[in-house]
Design a protein. Sequence first.
Length: 211
Amino acid sequence: MNLCNIHSHTSAENKGPGFSVKAKAGQPSGYVCDGADSLTAEELKDPFEGKGAFGNVKPGDTIEVHWVFSTCDAKPGKGLSSCVPEGCTDPKLRVEAQAFLLVNDPKALKFDDFVLANERVGGFYQPKQLPTGTGTPVSYLGSTTGVYYNDTVCSPAEVTWNVRPMCARLDISSLEKWAREGNIFEETESHGARELVEDLKLLSPIENMKK
């Protein structure tokens, strides 16, 4: 499958063992990483004072990054429309998801390690790598997300989701650099989060979930 888009949402749209706390009033809807309330003053310091190239996020925020893959002959680009180019009539999409706690810490993970690789792999567009060490991904069949969809308004696109259950710390400066230097996805800010779907009639079987 081709990597066709990378984007993020604030806060986490999924709910997992490492991000099970609902965002507080005044925060973007969704879930926040464990440990967000115990960061040091230095880790919470915004090196860009709210004026970084990747807007609307700051240290202490939780973002959920989505790597979107398509069975179409798709090229990486802006938005999910890049994943279903004209002429692809039966697209299958897969999303790899990872929740990150943004921190002002040069020792934390760097976003550059997870961006689009410079060369295709086996003829397919791929990321340099996907996050590891955050648990076996939980898999389920769902749809695309975002603030326009909810329990009553569903996206028409079917997606196989692989969601890592634990958070990872991400250096906010590396995310800002990705936006400042320009990226093929034209991502310069984090998107809003869809409300968690909890109606059992709308949920598919979930695999690899530890009870």
